[in-house]
Design a protein around this ligand. Structure first.
Ligand code: HEC
Length: 139
C-alpha cells in the first residue's frame, strides 16, 4: 500500500510542474477523496476537464454569457479585469504570482464565489480539483 502511494505521487509530480505548499496539497487530497466518493471510477484530477470548466461560456448569475476567462483571461500569467467592478485582477497563475494557491481559505472562498458567478452553483469536489489542476499547470 505504501509503495502504491509513493508511485502515485511520483507520477503526479512528473505530470504536473507546479508544486503546491503542504496545506494546499492536503486540500487537494481532501477534494480528491470527496470526488472519489461521488465518482468511484475517478483516478485523478484532469487538466483537460479543468480547461473546459475554465473556458466554456455559461449563462451566469446575472443572466449574461460569462466564463472564468471573462475576468481572468486565457493568459493566466497576465493581469485580468473584473467585469463587474472594472478592477484589475492580479495573475491567477502561481508561477507568475506566488501568492496564488498558497492560502486554502482564500482559494475556497473565491472558488465558491466564482463558481456561483459563472455556474450558478458551487463547484463539485471534482470540478474544483480539475480547475485548480488546470490553473496551476497552464503554461
Ligand atoms: C466576475 C469576475 C470573475 C469571474 C467570472 C471569475 N473570477 Fe476568479 N476571481 C475574481 C476576483 C475578483 C478574485 C479575487 C481577487 C484577487 O484575488 O485578485 C478571484 C480569485 C480567484 C481565485 C483565488 C486564487 C488565489 O489563491 O488567490 C481562484 C482560484 C479563482 N478566482 C478561480 C476562478 C474560476 C475557476 C472561475 C470560473 C468558475 C473564476 N475564477 C471566475 C473574479 C472572477
Amino acid at each position: 500500500m505504501v509503495r502504491v502511494v509513493i508511485a502515485l505521487s511520483m507520477v503526479a509530480s512528473l505530470t504536473y510542474a507546479y508544486t503546491l505548499n503542504p496545506q494546499m496539497q492536503e486540500f487537494m487530497g481532501t477534494l480528491l477523496s470527496e470526488a472519489k466518493k461521488q465518482n468511484p471510477n475517478l483516478k485523478e484530477f484532469d487538466y483537460a476537464r479543468g480547461e473546459k470548466i475554465f473556458t466554456t461560456d455559461q449563462i451566469g448569475k446575472k443572466g449574461k454569457k460569462i466564463s472564468c476567462v471573462t475576468c481572468h483571461t486565457t493568459d493566466l500569467s497576465k493581469n485580468g479585469l473584473n467585469e463587474n467592478t472594472n478592477k484589475v485582477i492580479k495573475p491567477l497563475s502561481p508561477s507568475a504570482n506566488p501568492a496564488r494557491f498558497s492560502d486554502v481559505k482564500e482559494v475556497k472562498k473565491w472558488l465558491r464565489r466564482n463558481f456561483q458567478d459563472v455556474y450558478n452553483r458551487e463547484g463539485t469536489a471534482q470540478e474544483q480539483g480539475d480547475v485548480i489542476t488546470y490553473i496551476i499547470n497552464k503554461k
